[in-house]
Design a protein around this ligand. Structure first.
Ligand code: UD1
Length: 368
């Protein structure tokens, strides 16, 4: 069975690492003629050493067979060029399945190219919704789900979202709550990860918060970016704030001349350093989809710097605070997480075997 996998942006490397490992495990347990052959396409959406290469080396992700080098472009140019180049690779590879992850432009481009060639699509992280169609990621999610044949959902809520949209009426679609591959990743890699000396020395300096911002709405919008940086700067006067700076955020901070010397801005870090920072931080401030949950995996609260979230169970459960780019709400939430002691023992993200379940579901349905 031949699978082509699309990756391109940072969170996809983490997710693909889990499923590629599950494929290897499956192959080790089966004769070669019943094995799975995976070819990876890297679109090049993220391309720096610390946004891409470090994930492949640390997480031992198989080397991409095809590298498309399409990064640093507008949404339309990026997605369009990816569709064209992915189509050419799919015509050559002729896979039984195209595997896509999450909600990025790489996900959409892969799914579009495959659907026109009638190659069935497996979408990992299906059914998530922020219900904000102004977010490029929400557009990508909704469209990719609609043209996928396997919808691998990370939570019960994600399955319910699909049901509300009428997916139970589509007989050719398989919907399964397999759990979250990012939880698999956190469980597996925290056992083997080593923190770099550079990050370790920062951790040793005492209590700190971990912060990241990269969403379009928080970076390209000057008022939002100024407000967020100002609030984090205020907090940093009391408690250190370590902030791995995404290239998009760096670009707009420079363009808008936004500065905050109180904040410890560092280059983007790899997954192992992220685990180190999460393990020891006092809490997280982020607009990232993945980090909201990773905070939970490491028993930390996350102050979500957005107005909506796909991970609603963490907000309704009282772990995370949804505050948007509002100065006062951010400071209030910071006071609250200092005091509150939520019970992090509930785990709505499966049992750490989402990767194996995905592989088995694909094998089962393609063999019948
Ligand atoms: C993308 C995804 C988002 C995901 C995020 C993770 C879409 C629509 N968004 O947003 O869902 O959560 O990745 O980070 O696909 N750049 C570099 N070096 C790099 C990578 C990017 O300089 O290694 C620059 C790009 O050239 C671009 C900017 O950073 O100017 C933003 O990158 P882009 O891929 O457009 O979107 P992200 O904000 O990373």
């Amino acid at each position: 069975m031949k699978i082509v996998t699309i990756v391109g942006a940072r969170p996809q490397f983490v997710k693909a690492a889990v499923v590629s490992r599950a494929i290897e495990k499956y192959n080790a347990a089966h004769p070669a003629d019943r094995g799975i052959h995976e070819s990876i396409i890297h679109t090049g959406q993220h391309y720096d050493e610390n946004m891409s290469d470090i994930f492949f080396s640390q997480m031992q992700i198989p080397k991409p067979k095809h590298h498309l080098h399409i990064g640093g472009k507008s949404h339309g140019a990026m997605t369009g060029q990816m569709v064209e180049k992915i189509e050419a690779v799919l015509l050559q590879e002729k896979p039984a399945v195209l595997l896509v992850y999450g909600d990025t432009n790489s996900t959409l481009a892969g799914a579009l190219a495959a659907s026109k060639l009638h190659i069935p699509i497996a979408h990992v992280e299906a059914g998530l919704r922020s219900h904000n169609m102004a977010m490029p990621e929400e557009i990508n999610r909704v469209l990719v789900d609609r043209i996928s044949q396997w919808l691998f959902c990370p939570t019960r809520q994600a399955v319910e979202n699909l049901m509300k949209e009428g997916y139970d009426g589509f007989s050719s679609v398989a919907i399964e709550n397999v759990g979250d591959v990012m939880y698999d990743a956190a469980l597996f890699y925290q056992e083997i990860s080593q923190t770099s000396e550079y990050i370790e020395s920062k951790i040793q300096q005492g209590s700190y918060y971990l912060a990241t911002i990269h969403r379009q709405d928080n970076t390209e919008n000057k008022t939002n970016l100024e407000t967020l940086v100002k609030a984090l700067g205020h907090i940093a006067a009391q408690t250190k704030v370590i902030f791995p700076l995404h290239p998009r955020t760096k670009k707009y901070m420079e363009q808008f001349s936004i500065e905050a010397p109180q904040i410890d801005f560092i280059d983007p870090v790899g997954y192992f350093d992220m685990i180190g920072l999460l393990r020891h931080c006092a809490g997280v401030f982020s607009d990232s989809g993945g980090l909201q949950k990773e905070a939970y995996f490491f028993k930390k609260s996350c102050i979500v710097l957005r107005d909506q979230t796909e991970w609603t169970e963490l907000v309704s459960g009282g772990y995370n605070k949804l505050v948007g780019a509002h100065y006062d709400r951010i400071l209030t939430a910071e006071n609250e997480i200092r005091i509150e002691k939520p019970d992090f023992s509930r785990m709505p993200y499966g049992n750490g075997h989402a990767g194996e379940k995905i592989v088995q579901a694909l094998v089962d349905s393609l063999e019948t």
